[in-house]
Design a protein around this ligand. Sequence first.
Ligand SMILES: Cc1cc2nc3c(=O)[nH]c(=O)nc-3n(C[C@H](O)[C@H](O)[C@H](O)COP(=O)(O)OP(=O)(O)OC[C@H]3O[C@@H](n4cnc5c(N)ncnc54)[C@H](O)[C@@H]3O)c2cc1C
Ligand SMILES: *[C@@H]1O[C@H](CO)[C@@H](O)[C@H](O)[C@H]1NC(C)=O
Ligand SMILES: *[C@@H]1O[C@H](CO)[C@@H](O)[C@H](O)[C@H]1NC(C)=O
Length: 460
Amino acid sequence: MASSTKQIPSSVIIVGSGVFGLSTAHALATRDEFRNTSITVLERVDFPAPDGSSIDSSRIIRPDYADGAYSLLMAEAHKYWRSEFGADGRYTEAGLCIVTDEGDGIGEGDASDYMFKAMENVKSRLGLKVGRREEGGQVEPLRSASDVSRVMATMEGDCGTKGYVNWTSGWADAEAGVRHMRKLVERTGRVNFRTAEVKRLVFGQGKVESVELVSGEQLQADLTILATGAWTPKLVDLRGICSSTGQILAYIDLTQDEQDRLGKNPTLLCENSGMFIIQPRDRQLKVARHGYGYANPTTIDHPEKPGEKITVSLPRTKLDDENLNIPAEGDKACREFLRKSIPYLAERPWTHTKICWYTDTPTGNWLIDYHPSYENLFMATAGCGHGYKFLPNVGQRIADVMLGQDRDALGKELRAKWRWPQQKHKTDHIWTDDWRGGKKGMILDEELGKSAADVKSSKL
Ligand SMILES: Cc1cc2nc3c(=O)[nH]c(=O)nc-3n(C[C@H](O)[C@H](O)[C@H](O)COP(=O)(O)OP(=O)(O)OC[C@H]3O[C@@H](n4cnc5c(N)ncnc54)[C@H](O)[C@@H]3O)c2cc1C
Ligand SMILES: *[C@@H]1O[C@H](CO)[C@@H](O)[C@H](O)[C@H]1NC(C)=O
Ligand SMILES: *[C@@H]1O[C@H](CO)[C@@H](O)[C@H](O)[C@H]1NC(C)=O
């Protein structure tokens, strides 16, 4: 291991206790280098934050990345999910069915051809068994709509025209995973947890002087780590670097019989629309979209320049407005996907809906680096809608970056991907172009305005 190029801080404040904050706290609390470091975690509401991006009924745990570095990082995480970390229902390996609903089954030049090519690669490189699950297959090609229907049998609908199932993928009970990580951190006896909202960082010459709480109290530390997820643009100027985007979730209640039947399917993910349905849990089914999302432009005091104002997208959640539901546009997208894939649930009303916030960058890479202008400020954020699965191990990689250590080739590659960008994006707001569904450019208030004008359909 390369020797550390950074001094070990004697005190660290981690702001935020979602995936990035807790995983980092765990890594620091268990590493020898930090044995004499005092570690404090601040969280703005009582843990677990009900509107935090890491808290939900379920999250997909998938190794299927086009980017090899995240696949390798996931292979590392997978070992944890498959052992104690994923025990007691925290992880279920029920498979992930990735489909497209465009085109008409297998054909050359089709956008989804890469899926089959990828599978051939996997077969030769990793030795995964290709074939049906009943025959011990780990990856199963679905070459026609009837193949898709066979695998998603209990949905009884039209789930896609082709794709594949990765039977080695699964899903996590998101809240339970985060609670477990918090318990592991508590068990080290090394971390002081406080419920307190950071109002702002107080900046001095090239550094953070202190962390000011909403109560007015000021806390000092050698190093401040921002793991504040979608709220981060409030605390440092991230225009052109990363932006918060609101994503839609809608839930319905199931009978026990429906739970038993639908629980047998793999997760369904439609790659061209971004729509997905994870296995139901506790008689609740979730329909969601991995989309460009909604921007929520909000004018606030410039976090670094007193007297100036800036406009950035910030989360709006049920804690800000208990009546906040998804806009009619999103409601319709979820409803149509449900109707098509599970026709017998077509008209069952949502028990509730919510908007969950991604922290997006132009490339989908995270932001894990020192702030270029403040030497004692470290960023651990920008999960871009795919950070959850790394809860068990991302903190170790974050600690490596903090210490300037590359434990292996992957560490070096990740450090380069996660660097503070040399250049800002050409626009202040970022719309990530990975494989997002929905329209690009939607503004939350505008979409909610349309909903209000059409309350009837949004209630349906
Ligand atoms: C709808 C949705 C679906 C997703 N699906 C998947 C998936 O299937 N698989 C996957 O791997 N990933 C998925 N993700 C992504 C994953 O959930 C996120 O990348 C990850 O949870 C982000 O963690 P975080 O720690 O950055 O943010 P958070 O969990 O939001 O943590 C930030 C914390 O900081 C606190 N905080 C904020 N501001 C302050 C302040 N000023 N003072 C004190 N505390 C503060 C907040 O309360 C919060 O608890 C999904 C995300 C969403 C929203
Ligand atoms: C921690 O402090 C003790 C006592 O001062 C010292 O002996 C030890 O080397 C320190 N450990 C680290 C990792 O700095
Ligand atoms: C399926 O999962 C395995 C790991 O569990 C992964 O290596 C592979 O790339 C995934 N995708 C395909 C298409 O095999």
